[in-house]
Design a protein around this ligand. Sequence first.
Ligand code: MSP
Length: 525
Amino acid sequence: MFYLTTAIDYTNGAPHIGHAYEKVLADVITRYQKLAGNPAYFLTGVDQHGQKVQQSAAKEDVNPATFVTRLTKQFKNLWQQLEIEHDGWAETIDPRHKSCVQNILQDLFDRGQIYKKSHSGFYSVRQEQFLTDKERNADGQFGDEWGEVVELEEENYYFRLTEHASWLKTFVDQHPDYITPKFRRNELLQALDRAAESDLCISRPKSRLRWGIELPFDEEFVTYVWFDALLNYISFAGYRATPAANLPDFDQLWPAAIQIIGKDIMIPAHAIYWPIMLHAIGFNDSQIPRLLVHGWWNIKNAAGQAEKMSKSLGNVIDPVELANTFGTDAVRYYLVRDIHTGNDSDFDLSRLVMLYNTELANNLGNLCNRALNMSKRFLNSTLSPSDYDDEQCQALRAKLPLCVTNYRQAMEQFAIADALTAVIDYISAANGFAEMQKPWELAKDQEAQARLTTVLTHLTEVTTHATIMLSPILPSASHRLLQQLNAPQLAELKLDQLAWGVLPANHQLGKPKPAFPRIDLPADD
Ligand code: MSP
């Protein structure tokens, strides 16, 4: 089973385009795996505990449970609107998750992997966190952003991260494909020496944080949110569903084939804490899953410089509004088309419109129109067999296996934009073929009937192939096109079966309808 997870989103604010990108990327990969014939299971969800949630709820004067329920709904609705077809749904307030986390904590505590100690240091009352020297300004002081800073002594529970640091180093050395893309693995290698040099504080006293999972061995404390959240990947796969046993599903699912996260949460959470947690719990090296680390969607400011999207800068792109305006197809397409997985990209509405209009409305739309409308007008929508063949037809047919190979290779490397390029090139080749063959001229010539049938059959075949290869990215457009092609059963076709002749002789096509209406932006005043 190809088990795939994403980060679980914080429910302390509304979803933005960055959250949407990660889920679309994961959904495309899952749907591609299914198309490639591999059973796949996709888990995503929400991260509902922690200081940030407690603070945001307090600001609105509601209790955290009410607050997270409301935000969770917003995320769920968005995933539905964007056609994110997840198989599992992780909510960290779920009792199943809580009992798994507590079982693991108890076990680690019993084995001496968690211990209690006292820590004294500088504490920011406003940010509710201990500060280190890293937080000091050039003049050695803590800046105004920290508010009142007091010296505080506090007892907490610590996880023996340092004990496993050398294991992690060896593991990363021995697993060159542990992190995709490669340059992120290099970042990890550079950070490894520093990153696990102190143990991880995994508790918060209830006096300053109540909204979390209580430690099973000390009711005065709750679990640090990252320790709780990371465990969602195994708790929702059925690990330690009871104190002693896993659900049978767990062995089918674990290890995850790939865990998708953004670059900001690779170090230390996913590439240091997480593998070490798994190792300490008792997972062996072959059970440590690979990470796919994606880049960020940024936004250009008035001066043309890329900056981070953030609520405080007021530059956040709302995916709900975007999908309401341009449709789910356009949003999904843009989010995987205009970024190279692993790198950053600048969100640009004019490029969303341009790419949609050029590649879908014009290029693919044109091909669909030629294939379906001309077949209706000239062949009464029936693709009857024809003996006509020529070099141009052969050349077009030869492009299919090439396209499938490039598409598959790119998809296997999670390079969705490259997979799309392969399909778009194939569509362009078919449009070029149409311009050379000129079926609209052939239709005027009684003698050219066989050739016309062959040409339109070729155009319809390519439309069908493109529809199938685009289905992971544009599931509903692909569904609509298969209806028009009168071939809904091809939704079950596997990539290996994608060969010339997917539509049988004498196939009767359905009713054509423009699949990708152009988007026209109102002109700027
Ligand atoms: N709750 C943690 C993750 C816990 S996983 C056990 C978290 N949540 S988050 O809501 O802040 O981010 C969720 C995901 O969205 C992360 O992978 C993050 O990298 C991603 N993105 C947040 N902003 C983004 C962009 N602007 N662009 C692309 N992805 C971004 O971190």
